[in-house]
Write a protein that binds this ligand. Structure first.
Ligand code: DGL
Length: 268
């Protein structure tokens, strides 16, 4: 059976994964994307491991019902905690945002000192340390959770004095540890890239997990002969959410940098 024209499934705890959908659209503009945002249960970043795994399984099952050919877990928290457990249960490729960013960071570092920032759950999973050290055991990893970044970004506070102050206080320990590469391990952080770059200085390379994951998806679709070869008609981004609030559309369009035309609410 030829699955090339089937959509790519993307899921996230809420609206944040649209930063990943944006990168996917840049690289694979002929593909249709089915986006699932679990807006009724966001945030995942402070939930237990069991809950994060359960929610991820439900999200993948929903996307499979939409006939997707590949699932990209845009959420760093789910990629860190659920992906290693759930991957084995499915036949289609399921990709997370951790490994593409890890590979790029190992490639980018010159002084072998890498920083990682993410939600509390992502950081306490220690997956970034493990995966980086699996590639190069001589690398030192410094991790920091930044729980205020997600609400800041969702409120549209992407720059300015207050944001810079908060970013500075979270990132100071990483600066003091002289990292030269920093992984932005959360869907929302690309929107703070300008301020993070300013605080860390131009010698620190910022690794954007959204972009690296999109590159990985393109590579896997190519290897599996799953790239969409035909010209598509109709809307190419369809969003499903578990709670259809006004804010999903409003914030989502800012994250995506484009209009979202189709949003449907699903009820369990
Ligand atoms: N999407 C989550 C992540 O990338 C951030 C928001 C949340 O805590 O659910 O980790």
């Amino acid at each position: 059976m030829n699955n090339n024209s089937h959509p790519i499934g993307v899921f996230d705890s809420g609206v944040g994964g649209l930063t990943v959908a944006k990168e996917l659209r840049k690289l694979l503009n002929q593909e249709k994307i089915i986006y699932f945002g679990d807006t009724a249960r966001v945030p995942y970043g402070n939930k237990s491991r069991e809950t994060i795994i359960k929610f991820a399984l439900e999200s993948v099952l929903f996307l499979l019902k939409q006939n997707v050919k590949l699932v990209l877990i845009a959420c760093n928290t789910s990629s860190s905690i659920a992906l290693p457990v759930i991957r084995q249960y499915f036949r289609i490729p399921i990709i997370g945002v951790v490994n593409p960013a890890v590979r790029e960071s190992v490639y980018a570092t010159r002084n072998r000192r890498i920083g990682v920032i993410g939600t509390r759950a992502t950081i306490s999973s220690k997956i970034y340390e493990q995966e980086i050290r699996r590639l190069d055991s001589t690398i030192k990893v410094f991790a920091q959770s930044c729980p205020l970044f997600v609400p800041l970004v969702e409120e549209g506070w992407w720059d300015g004095e207050v944001v810079e102050g908060i970013v500075r206080s979270y990132l100071l320990p990483l600066k003091e540890n002289k990292i030269d590469t920093l992984i932005l391990a959360c869907t929302h952080y690309p929107l703070l890239k300008k301020v993070i770059g300013k605080v860390m200085g131009e010698n620190v390379v910022l690794i954007d997990s959204a972009r690296e994951a999109a590159i990985e998806v393109k590579k896997i679709l190519g290897e599996e002969n799953l790239l969409c070869l035909e010209k598509r008609r109709g809307e190419k981004l369809v969003c499903f959410v578990t709670d259809k609030s006004e804010s999903f559309k409003k914030i989502g369009e800012k994250f995506l940098g484009d209009k979202i035309k189709e949003i449907y609410e699903i009820k369990e």
